[in-house]
Design a protein around this ligand. Structure first.
Ligand code: FDA
Length: 585
């Protein structure tokens, strides 16, 4: 018999593993999370934290969301996105990013109660892991996953305590491989992948230096440095990324993947920093340096039996669009409530199959998007004349030609403007972040036709209550206090929720009957005048796509499970039918 037993064993305490642990503990599920290292992330890899990810933190509790805002850099300081010859040198162009453009900001404000922030991974992980452990997760550092075996009742995992060297076993009902891009769990289960690893090489150089004089007047997370030779390998050009405004930075610089990875020592790092900042006297305090590879690979199946993979274990891609940690945390939001429902006896095990059905298409989408975004730097290089070989003087002359008062100069200026503006698909792709819609047995669409995207689905979020989509956010009001609350705040927290209106009270009765039958605590909100929640602005009535007496049934992860236009002939039978189907009872 294994020495340690738990319901869910999570391998990895990165964004995926820590979020899953925090959610499971919030739902009252016993779990253990292990990490082979002594502590959490020691480099600030992920940072762009999108609204959907912030909604998961908000669901964990307002104190968790607030802690993220406290440590994050505000959206207002994120989005000038400068393209330049060096930080001290000439600016080539800008693209307002991450909701900085007023039109884009309006879309952000309309889409979510949360706003985007820049939160380095070194801050995000302690928030999530701390929440998990405070709420009951058994966290074990310096503990390495070695192997596992699953059988009909559970999974036996062999681990090594890296402090004592002792090898021990953990018996769990389920195993979650949140163990990053070289996932041993995915490999052990031989899960199928498409794509390729190691398509480019990059190095990270983390340092301290006060660069305020070059950046504070054009606040941004990213400063792209276009220099001759910068289109080699990696992410395609020099990137100076803000970690903390404006004195901590991460340089990302490519290397040729066909050559061995370079040794990044103090001298080399200082040289790269001086070159990109454009200050030959610059002194930096080097904090760390490491190399990494650009990957283009996703799992087509994220589950085998009692074993699941999530995060980078399932989707491996470059940082473009800032999707990695965000998607990893959302994988956790999708799986955690399903595991909890099965472990509490509220759902059949088949519900768990919907995790891979719902999230594997997202894995493919984001890996494809992130790699495409690298390719979309190409037109900028072309417009600048940077693609013609390695002759530095020739390239510089081609870049300089953009200032000429000639028809060619004018054409070049236009091409540069267009190419930079097109990068909105990387730096302002609100639709990619917010439009995730699920199709699976954990959603009951009842043959309703999915609404087509009327505007570019990668750039713009389009709200709908179509089953499978995320519940639209609008502000509604507490009758007693007048306080505004988001429709998302009415839902979640591990529970199913029914939203209905005046004339829909029978859904309340149905929930009172069917909930206890299935062991569920279903929340119901009747929204309307003199009800506990009031829609003063009419925004909910416009967003809900049903009539007053209809209902929208929302899953614990904010996605619509089912909706009906109007009151059913037998609401009890209808709710029972839908929930037993969704929960595989
Ligand atoms: P992650 O790799 O973070 O964690 C894996 C965990 O598993 C670690 O705790 C590790 O110790 C543990 N582990 C591995 N093997 C183990 C074993 N055998 N036993 C025990 N533990 C084991 N994303 C984003 O959303 N926004 C952004 O702006 C960026 N920016 C960005 C910049 C740069 C330069 C990089 C390199 C990456 C990004 N990312 C990003 C991506 C982001 O960093 C990445 O997607 C997440 O860290 C993935 O989180 P996971 O939890 O899946 O894996």
């Amino acid at each position: 018999m294994a020495e340690i037993e738990t319901d869910v064993l999570i391998i990895g305490t990165g964004p995926a593993g820590s979020a899953t642990a925090a959610l499971l503990s919030s739902y009252g599920i016993e779990n253990m999370a292990i990490n082979r290292y002594r502590w959490l992330a020691n480099t600030p890899r992920a940072h762009i934290t999108n609204q959907r990810c912030m909604e998961v933190l908000r669901d964990l509790g307002r104190e968790v969301e607030d802690e993220a805002y406290l440590h994050g850099t505000h959206q207002d300081l994120m989005g000038e996105n400068v393209f330049c010859e060096s930080l001290a040198g000439e600016e080539i162009g800008r693209m307002k990013s991450w909701g900085k453009h007023p039109l884009s900001r309006a879309e952000h404000l309309l889409a979510s109660p949360c706003h985007m922030i820049d939160l380095p991974q070194t801050f995000m992980e302690p928030i999530l892991y701390g929440t998990a452990c405070r709420r009951g997760t058994q966290g074990r550092m310096s503990t390495e996953y070695l192997s596992h075996k699953q059988d009909a009742e559970g999974v036996t995992t062999t681990c090594r305590d890296r402090v004592s060297g002792r090898v021990f076993e953990v018996r769990s009902k389920y195993l979650v491989g949140a163990d990053g891009g070289n996932s041993a769990v995915a490999e052990a289960e031989n899960l199928p992948f498409e794509g390729q690893m190691g398509v480019g090489g990059s190095m990270n150089i983390l340092f301290r230096a006060d660069l305020s004089r070059y950046v504070a007047h054009r606040p941004s997370v990213l400063y792209w440095v276009m220099q001759p030779g910068a289109d080699v390998g990696g992410i395609g050009m020099g990137l100076v990324r803000m970690v903390r405004p404006w004195n901590e930075w991460l340089i990302v610089w490519g290397y040729d993947i066909n050559e061995p990875a370079p040794e990044v020592d103090e001298e080399f790092a200082t040289g790269v920093a001086r070159q990109l900042v454009g200050d030959p006297e610059l002194e930096i305090e080097l904090l760390s340096a490491n190399t990494w590879t650009v990957n283009n690979m996703y799992a087509t199946q994220m589950q085998k039996g009692r074993v699941f993979i999530m995060g980078d274990a399932a989707h491996r891609h470059p940082p473009s669009n800032g999707l990695g940690s965000n998607t990893s945390i959302q994988d956790g939001f999708n799986l955690a409530w399903k595991l909890a429902a099965v472990l509490k006896g509220q759902a059949g095990e088949q519900l768990l199959d919907s995790y891979s059905t719902e999230r594997a298409p997202i894995a493919k989408q984001i890996v494809t998007r992130a790699n495409q975004s690298i390719g979309e730097f190409g037109p900028i290089f072309e417009a600048l004349g940077m693609t013609g070989g390695t002759d530095v003087e020739k390239i510089q002359a081609a870049m300089d030609a953009r200032t000429n008062a000639t028809p060619e100069g004018e054409k070049q200026r236009e091409a540069i403007r267009d190419a930079i503006a097109f990068k909105k698909y990387e730096f302002d792709a609100h639709g990619v972040e917010m439009n995730q819609r699920y199709r699976s047995d954990a959603v009951e669409a009842d043959g309703q036709i999915e609404p087509a995207f009327e505007i570019d689905a990668e750039l713009h979020y389009q709200p709908t209550t179509w089953p499978g989509a995320r519940l639209p956010h609008v502000w509604v009001f507490e009758h007693d206090t007048g306080d505004q609350v988001s429709t998302l705040d009415l839902c979640g927290r591990g529970k199913f929720t029914i939203l209905t209106g005046i004339g829909g009270e029978a859904w309340q009765d149905a929930a009172t009957k069917v909930g206890p039958e299935l062991g569920l605590d279903i929340k119901v909100h009747v929204i309307g005048p003199r009800r506990s929640i009031v829609d003063h602005t009419g925004d909910w009535a416009r967003a809900r796509e049903i009539s007053d007496s209809g209902c929208v049934l929302v899953r614990p992860d904010h996605h619509v499970a089912w909706r009906t236009e109007a009151m059913a002939a037998d609401p009890v039978a209808e709710l029972r039918r839908v929930l037993t189907k969704i929960l595989a009872r």
